[in-house]
Write a protein that binds this ligand. Structure first.
Ligand SMILES: Cc1cc2nc3c(=O)[nH]c(=O)nc-3n(C[C@H](O)[C@H](O)[C@H](O)COP(=O)(O)OP(=O)(O)OC[C@H]3O[C@@H](n4cnc5c(N)ncnc54)[C@H](O)[C@@H]3O)c2cc1C
Length: 466
């Protein structure tokens, strides 16, 4: 292989790539380069050598072959939402799949095909047209590709499992630039690996999902209490959840109340705890299930009411807009014990930034009904997932808020169980191994040796070949 430096110099090869693409090839002097290299996390700014806008399989193959031939590093970008910015790298060629927006729903077969550039809200819009859904995440502008390849947790997971639990097949471009398919019946070991193993095994160009009925109206939304009530709210919540049906999914958020239209002005900026519910079943049933929570203590706002699932799905969007400065450190815990609750309350009361908003995800339900060894995803026995995140508008105050995240995470260390790979930051190889567990990591390394022995796909939460 040639070196990256040679690749930068080899303008003939670059021209050849440009001519072979249906999409655009952007260089640093292109007027739209700065806009196209931006990713969701505004604290990360990197300057790739080239950005190849891929419009289909042929563009992806041409991009892979170019990188292979020239030795330039290849980064793969779909939604650009990786917390540590793994879809972009200095000096690299970026295969930017965001133009690949095709979606086809087959309402009779209850399946959907979606290309790699599709965002969660785009898929929901098409599937909800038929009262169907793929269980995915909680923010509409997240990329379907990266989310699915890491597992995919969200509002519907306790009823329908992780996003990968409804995945039927993928189309994938290998490190050799070959097109292959993977499903339970075809390249089954590769199919096992891509369900949690991230971008390590190839570039997925298209996903095929099984669809399940949902709504379109569901009982969903947040109930707010003052943060000082959090010790009692969390203890009640934990005990109430013990008998919760799989249809119910909840997320707890501690933050300073945002200045959003649905929050009365007197609460703007006040520390609150909220429990956000989503009941993936009939509205009347959902109303009954959430009633005890709504009646606990003295909630200051209650927005947990029947609404279109699409409206609920968009509810978190304003809290996680593009280009703010973000930092996350995450972990799973088996249960909300009194000790874990006390640590949570103590640190939540110290949140500094008015933009910091950190979710605690209720796990279990259908996620835990699938065997741990059935896919590369690890963590099916988690009780709750802590996604401790800091957010500031710019660099001002970011270091302090990041320290708050680190201190909080360290305080939880004795109670941690593992970590969801899609919630990892730039935390090193040991943490990637930890997120899979030693046995599964070894199996993934062996598959990596078969499918990508040169570690060509390495700008990701990397699993080096064994
Ligand atoms: C606002 C926000 C909300 C989120 N909410 C959720 C949530 O509800 N549930 C959840 O599970 N996760 C959630 N996440 C985490 C999310 O799953 C990851 O950030 C995921 O990587 C995003 O995918 P992407 O396509 O946007 O990422 P990108 O940054 O484009 O890519 C992420 C990684 O995947 C690789 N990759 C991307 N596309 C492909 C492809 N087509 N083939 C092979 N490799 C590829 C990239 O190389 C990179 O390593 C959220 C993240 C953000 C920022």
């Amino acid at each position: 292989m040639a070196t990256a430096t040679q690749a930068k110099l080899d303008q003939t090869a670059v021209l050849e790539l440009e001519n072979s693409l249906r999409g655009e090839l952007l260089r640093p002097d292109d007027p739209s380069y700065d806009e196209r290299r931006r990713i969701w996390n505004g604290s990360i700014s990197r300057r790739p050598a080239l950005i190849a806008g891929c419009t289909g399989v042929a563009d992806v193959i041409a991009t892979v072959q170019f990188a292979r031939r020239t030795g330039v590093d290849l980064a793969v970008r779909s939604g650009g939402h990786s917390f540590p910015g793994l879809s972009i790298a200095d000096g690299a060629l970026v295969a930017d799949l965001s133009p690949m927006k095709g979606i086809r729903v087959d309402p009779e077969a209850r399946t959907a095909r979606a290309q790699a550039g599709v965002l969660l809200g785009e898929l929901d819009r098409e599937t909800q047209q038929f009262g169907l859904a793929v269980p995915a995440g909680i923010v509409t502008h997240t990329g379907l590709a990266g989310l699915t390849l890491g597992g995919g947790i969200g509002w519907l997971m306790r009823k329908y499992g992780l996003t990968i639990d409804q995945l039927l097949s993928v189309d994938l471009i290998t490190a050799e630039g070959e097109f292959i398919k993977a499903s339970e019946d075809e390249n089954a070991d590769l199919f096992w690996a891509v369900r949690g193993g991230g971008g390590n095994f190839g570039i997925v160009t298209e996903f095929e999902f099984r669809l399940n009925p949902l709504g379109p109206e569901v009982v969903a939304g947040p109930i707010f209490w003052p943060m000082e009530d959090s010790p009692e709210v969390l203890r009640f919540y934990r005990d109430w959840l013990a008998a919760a049906p799989d249809e119910l999914m909840t997320i707890v958020v501690h933050r300073k109340a945002p200045a959003l239209p649905f929050v009365p002005e007197e609460f703007h900026g006040k520390p609150v705890v909220m429990v956000i519910c989503c009941y993936a079943g009939p509205v009347e049933e959902g109303e009954k299930v959430v009633r005890p929570l709504k009646e606990f203590g003295a909630p200051i706002i209650d927005l947990c009411v029947p609404k279109p699932f699409l409206a609920h799905q968009a509810m978190f969007d304003p809290s996680f807009p593009h280009y703010r400065w973000y930092y996350f450190k995450s972990c799973d815990v088996p249960a909300l014990t009194d000790e874990v609750i006390d640590i949570t309350v103590e640190h939540s009361l110290r949140i500094g930034s008015p933009l910091t908003s950190f979710p605690i995800w209720q796990m279990g339900g259908a996620v835990s009904h699938v065997g741990e060894d059935e896919s590369a995803f690890s963590g099916r026995n988690a009780g709750f997932t802590y996604n401790i995140g800091a957010c500031t508008e710019t660099a001002a105050g970011f270091d302090e808020e990041r320290q708050w995240v680190r201190d909080f995470w360290s305080a939880l260390e004795p109670y941690q169980l593992g970590v969801y790979v899609n919630f990892l930051g730039d935390e090193g190889q040991d943490r990637v191994r930890e997120s899979y567990g030693a046995g599964k990591y070894a199996r993934l390394q062996e598959l990596k040796r078969r499918y990508d022995p040169d570690n060509f796909f390495r700008i990701n939460q990397n699993i080096p070949p064994s």
